[in-house]
Design a protein around this ligand. Structure first.
Ligand SMILES: Cc1ncc(COP(=O)(O)O)c(C=O)c1O
Length: 380
C-alpha cells in the first residue's frame, strides 16, 4: 500500500530535510516510484536538457576511456578560453564547482570570511572546516541587494574574503556588472579576496565578472556546466582567475580530477551555439510566464529573477513553504523550501523554471494546495 508523505516523515521536513534540492532518488525510493515519475522543481537545471551535440561526443569518448584523461583538461581549457575570449592560463577545470569551493579556503588563505546571504550552503561549510571565521551579511526581500555604503562599512572591519553569488541562488537577484565592478574596486581598496559564484550567470552572460577575474588577483570566479548544460551528474566546473592565482589552485588540484567522458562532453556543449541561444531565449519567455502565473495566485508572492528559477514567499494564512512542499510532494512534485538558507525562513521556497507543460502542472498543483490547505505542519 502506498503510504502518505506525512506518515513516512512524521513531525519533520522528511525528505525535504536534505541539505540541497534535487533529492529525486531518495524521494522516489521513499514513495516506491521510478525517479522519472518525479517532477523536480527543487534543483534548477536547464529544462531543455543537455545539448543534442553531446550525444556523439559521449559515444566517441566512451571508446577512449581505456586511456587516462588529460590530467588538467588542457583541450577543454583551450575551448573554454575561446568561448569566453580569455587567456587559457586564467582557467582551471575541476570536478564540479563544488571541488573549487572546498579548495578556496586553502588557496585564498581565508581567515575571516563574509558571506552575502542567503548563499549556497557549501561555502559556509568549506570555510568553517578550514578553521576560518565566517560571518554573514543578509540580503533582504524584495530586492535582495546590498548598498555600497553598507558593504564598505562591513569590509573596513577587516575581512580576508568576501563571497557572493551572481545571479544569486536562491533569490534570483542580479548584481548588474557596473555594481559588480564597484565591489571589485572596493575589494581592491580593502585588500579583500572577492569570490563570485557564477554558477547561474550563463543565463545572463554579459553580467559576468570573468574579465576582471583574469586581470585582478583580488577576484576569483567559479563557473559550472551543471545548471546551464544540464549535467549535474557529470561534474564539470571551473575557476577563472589571474594566472598567478590559477597556479596556486593548480598546486592543490590532483591530476585527472575530470574524467575523459566529462571533458569531451563539455567541449561539445560549448560548440553547440544554437542550443545556447535557444536556451537563453526559452528561459526569458518561460520565466516571465511562470512569474506572472505566480503573481496571480492568492497566497504566493514571487520575486523577480534573472536565473532559471523563481523564489517565492507563501503569504497565505496558516500555511508555510515546508507544508506546501509536503502537499506538492503528494503529487510527486518537488519544490525547494528555503528555511535552511540563513536569511530566509519557512515561508520561502524556490521553484525551477521548466517547460510550459511542466510549469502549468506546478501552477495547478500550487493552486490546489493553496485552496485546500491544511494547518501548518510543526517540526519537532
Ligand atoms: C550557487 C551554487 N554554486 C555552486 C553549486 C555547485 O554546483 P556544481 O558543483 O554542480 O558545479 C550549486 C549547486 O546547486 C549552486 O547552487
Amino acid at each position: 500500500m502506498r503510504r502518505g508523505y506525512d506518515e513516512l516523515c512524521p513531525r519533520s521536513r522528511g525528505i525535504l530535510n536534505q541539505e540541497h534540492g534535487g533529492a529525486v532518488y531518495a524521494f522516489a525510493r521513499m514513495r516506491g516510484i521510478a525517479p522519472e515519475a518525479v517532477l523536480d522543481f527543487s534543483a534548477s537545471i536547464n529544462p531543455l536538457g543537455w545539448p543534442p551535440a553531446l550525444r556523439e561526443a559521449y559515444r566517441a569518448a566512451l571508446a577512449r576511456i581505456v586511456h587516462y584523461p588529460e590530467p588538467y583538461a588542457e583541450s577543454l581549457t583551450a575551448e573554454l578560453a575561446r568561448y569566453h575570449g580569455i587567456d587559457p592560463a586564467a582557467i582551471l577545470v575541476g570536478n564540479g564547482s563544488t571541488q573549487w569551493i572546498y579548495l578556496l579556503p586553502r588557496v585564498c588563505a581565508a581567515r575571516r570570511v563574509l558571506l552575502l546571504a542567503p548563499l549556497f550552503s557549501e561555502y559556509e561549510r568549506a570555510f568553517r572546516l578550514s578553521g576560518a571565521r565566517v560571518e554573514r551579511l543578509c540580503l533582504h526581500p524584495p530586492r535582495f541587494t546590498v548598498s555600497s555604503a553598507r558593504l564598505q562599512q562591513a569590509l573596513r572591519s577587516g575581512y580576508s574574503t568576501l563571497v557572493l553569488s551572481n545571479p544569486n541562488s536562491p533569490t534570483g537577484s542580479l548584481l548588474p556588472q557596473a555594481r559588480g565592478e564597484e565591489i571589485v574596486r572596493l575589494c581592491q581598496r580593502t585588500g579583500t579576496q572577492l569570490i563570485v559564484d557564477e554558477t547561474f550567470v550563463d543565463w545572463c552572460e554579459s553580467e559576468s565578472l570573468k574579465q576582471h577575474a583574469c586581470r585582478s588577483r583580488h577576484v576569483v570566479v567559479l563557473r559550472s556546466f551543471t545548471k546551464f548544460f544540464a549535467l549535474p551528474g557529470l561534474r564539470v566546473g571551473y575557476v577563472i582567475a589571474h594566472p598567478q592565482v590559477i597556479q596556486r589552485f593548480r598546486r592543490q588540484l590532483e591530476p585527472w580530477a575530470v574524467n575523459s567522458v566529462a571533458q569531451e562532453v563539455a567541449r561539445a556543449c560549448l560548440r553547440d551555439r544554437r542550443f545556447i541561444q535557444r536556451s537563453r531565449a526559452f528561459m526569458v519567455r518561460e520565466r516571465a510566464w511562470l512569474f506572472q502565473q505566480l503573481t496571480r495566485l492568492a497566497g504566493v508572492e514571487p520575486f523577480p529573477s534573472q536565473a532559471n528559477f523563481v523564489l517565492a514567499r507563501v503569504t497565505a494564512n496558516a500555511l508555510d513553504a515546508v507544508r506546501l512542499a509536503h502537499l506538492l510532494a503528494e503529487q510527486h512534485l518537488l519544490i525547494r523550501p528555503c528555511d535552511n538558507f540563513p536569511g530566509l525562513d519557512r515561508q520561502f521556497f524556490r521553484a525551477a523554471v521548466r517547460t510550459r507543460r511542466e510549469n502549468r502542472r506546478l501552477v495547478a498543483a500550487l493552486r490546489k494546495a493553496l485552496e485546500t490547505r491544511s494547518p501548518v505542519h510543526t517540526a519537532a
